[in-house]
Design a protein around this ligand. Structure first.
Ligand code: NAP
Length: 337
């Protein structure tokens, strides 16, 4: 078998690029399968005001560009292609296979950092009208809705952020939420509420999205969750901001996942149930889900992979790295299983 990599990283959000940076600086020459839409969910945001080190804030896409450049600077190799499938070894010291593009790639260790994607409502009309009025990203699509009447679905920070951004373009934004209480932080909720052209409608759920004769979104059918009463809202844009789900499909059946599909890791480490396979970022974390926490766990995954390569019998230590003792090192560095 030729070209067995030290480490393949799948994913290119803050977790993926941070693990690329750290493994590159450990001379492991990581191969990053970054996908076509590299940069993860931060590519779809505007101002990031809570990433330490940027007191004036920074645009999400610019932040990710910087992550990427920093990883490349130390020798991370980036493959702008999707990982189509993986075959992960169950053996300590085994070699894992990742298929991306036309090629099969092999590696002694794999870091999974595929992140999470936008959740769908699952109502009639949603799929058919995607791109024709239904969107999951106001920051990407709001400019197409100048002067339009629109709605946002959701009651969390994402819904507030999307509504505030959309309100700069749309004539009117109605935030539709299924409960009277909002999950959003007070600061985001107050910011959204202070806009003249943003309204709240609760407790309502979207029952159906209907098209006009020309095939684009025209009407949202809404149901009052307590009384069951229905009403229709004439809109040309509906933005769904109801959270995220992990992108774990390609490892399902191989890596242990929880009931929601998030990768399960051992203790405070990033080790999965498979030796040499590590998971980081939003693929693991349904609690914090911040760029800074994802970056932190990408760093942990890189260190876990580095120690695994150094310490595992059957996996040759990368050049310049001394062999060590597996049990002792895992206990000391990763908190034990
Ligand atoms: P979230 O906090 O999980 O909120 C999701 C919202 O969507 C909830 O209000 C939920 O309703 C609703 N929802 C879920 N499934 C639904 C369905 N099938 N139909 C209708 N409504 C549904 O997700 P998020 O807003 O994406 O935020 C995720 C994390 O990122 C949070 O920690 C958040 O603070 C953070 N974040 C921060 C910022 C910022 O500070 N700038 C911006 C965006 C996100 P229920 O409340 O009834 O469950």
């Amino acid at each position: 078998m030729t070209d067995v990599e030290n480490v393949i990283i799948i994913g290119s959000g803050p977790a993926g690029y941070t693990s690329a940076l750290y493994t590159a600086r450990a001379n492991l020459r990581p191969l990053v399968i970054e996908g076509y839409a590299w940069g993860g969910l931060l590519q779809q945001t505007t101002d990031v005001e809570n990433y330490p080190g940027f007191p004036e804030g920074i645009l999400g896409p610019e932040l990710m560009q910087r992550f990427r450049e920093q990883a490349e600077r130390f020798g991370a190799r980036l493959l702008t292609d999707e990982a189509a499938s993986v075959r992960l070894s169950r053996d300590v010291g085994g070699v894992h296979q990742v298929v991306a593009g036309e090629r099969e790639h092999y590696a002694r260790s794999v870091i999974l950092a595929m992140g999470a994607q936008h959740k769908k409502l699952g109502v009639p009309g949603e799929d058919e009208l995607a791109g024709r009025g239904v969107s999951y990203c106001a920051t990407c699509d709001a400019a197409f809705f100048k002067g339009a009447t629109t709605l946002i679905v959701g009651g969390g920070d994402s819904a507030m952020e999307e509504a505030i951004f959309l309100a700069k373009f749309a004539k009117h934004v109605t935030i539709v939420h299924r409960r009277d209480e909002f999950r959003a932080s007070k600061i985001m909720f107050d910011r959204a509420r202070s806009h003249e052209n943003i309204d709240l409608l609760t407790p309502y759920r979207v029952k159906e999205l209907k098209a006009s004769e020309n095939g684009s979104l025209a009407t949202a059918v809404l149901e009052q969750t307590e009384s069951g009463d229905e009403r229709e809202l004439e809109i040309s844009g509906a933005f769904i901001a109801i959270g995220h789900e992990p992108q774990s499909a390609i490892v399902a059946g191989q890596v242990e996942l929880d009931e929601k599909g998030y990768a399960v890791v051992q203790g405070r480490s990033t080790r999965t149930n498979l030796p040499g396979v590590f998971a980081a970022g939003d693929l693991v974390d349904h609690t914090y889900r911040q760029a800074i926490t994802a970056a932190g766990s990408g760093c942990q995954a890189a260190l876990d992979a580095e120690w695994y390569l150094r310490d595992t019998p059957g996996v040759p230590a990368p050049e310049g790295m001394p062999e060590g003792d597996l049990a002792e090192s895992q206990w000391i560095h990763a908190g034990g299983a």
